[in-house]
Ligand binder design. Structure first.
Ligand SMILES: NC(=O)c1ccc[n+]([C@@H]2O[C@H](COP(=O)([O-])OP(=O)(O)OC[C@H]3O[C@@H](n4cnc5c(N)ncnc54)[C@H](OP(=O)(O)O)[C@@H]3O)[C@@H](O)[C@H]2O)c1
Length: 251
């Protein structure tokens, strides 16, 4: 029960890695404040957590809107009076296309979700954590914050930006009790990967077999890193991006 009574906010909790993290934090005793756009998925998750004795609330949240992320933080404060941990996980991959075929709609949607969404969430989370006497923020970036990947230029740019936000906030608040880190997952089996491969199971299998580990990762494997970075076990860790990539960037 490492997070017993800790107030933990998660964006993008309706699916994939956010959902996995919500379930794990709940098992560790956290009081969860969950956001995503899809209400039905969010409320189903809350029901499951409560049925297992956990504590969770959900609010429909679009991270591209500063008012929504502010409201999610305010929900934590009104329900629990504090905010201890924030996992800024919501993100989209955008449309795959080579650079010369990219369009501004795709660029804006990816940047508004992955960068703007993290930026304004962090602002309001940091304000709440300063009131709470400190806290830990974990952003979900990507191996794409360290290396390029063909046909995903806006996504890759957005994830490099998330590392910039992570490092800058870490420096600004390291002496005021707030640690700020990122997880940098490699290829992880979630609905996002299903969309990226678009049902081309053969291409997905071929790509996966060529990864250093010979396999993709699971959402739960990323969650283990999130729990570590959010916990007091990581008390001297800030401004870092932790690769959970089965050796992808080491090649
Ligand atoms: N899967 C991978 O291989 C991989 C690798 C590296 C990094 N990542 C990163 O991991 C994070 C989680 O992705 P995933 O793989 O778990 O994909 P996923 O299953 O598609 O989950 C993405 C989550 O983000 C939420 N979301 C998207 N746009 C949002 C918005 N505007 N406002 C609020 N929530 C929004 C979605 O909820 P709603 O649709 O309900 O809003 C969903 O809960 C992303 O930041 C992604 O870039 C993924």
């Amino acid at each position: 029960m490492e997070f017993k009574d800790k107030v933990v906010l998660i964006t993008g909790a309706s699916s994939g890695m956010g959902r996995s993290a919500a379930q794990a934090f709940a098992r560790q005793g956290a009081k969860l404040v969950l956001g995503a756009r899809r209400r039905a998925e969010g409320e189903t998750l809350v029901e499951q957590i409560r049925a297992q004795g956990g504590n969770a609330v959900f609010a429909p949240t679009d991270v591209t809107r500063e008012a929504d992320v502010d409201a999610l933080v305010q929900l934590a404060l009104s329900h629990h009076g504090r905010l201890d941990v924030a996992y800024n996980n919501a993100g989209i991959e955008g449309r795959s296309a080579e650079f010369a075929e990219q369009d501004s709609d795709n660029y804006d949607l990816v940047m508004n979700t992955n960068v703007r969404g993290v930026f304004w969430a962090m602002k309001h989370e940091i304000r709440a954590m300063l009131q709470s006497g400190g806290g830990a923020i974990v952003n979900n970036a990507s191996v794409g914050s360290e290396v390029g990947f063909p046909n995903l230029a806006p996504y890759i740019a957005s994830k490099h930006a998330v590392m910039g936000l992570t490092r800058t906030a870490a420096l600004e608040y390291v002496q005021r009790g707030i640690r700020v880190n990122a997880v940098n997952p490699g290829m992880i089996d979630t609905p996002m990967q299903d969309r990226v491969w678009g049902g081309d199971a053969q291409a997905r299998t071929t790509f996966t077999q060529q990864l250093p580990a010979g396999r993709s990762g699971s959402a739960d494997e990323v969650t283990e890193a999130v729990l570590f970075l959010a916990s007091p076990r990581a008390s001297f860790v800030t401004g870092t991006g932790l690769l959970i990539d089965g050796g992808y960037v080491a090649r």
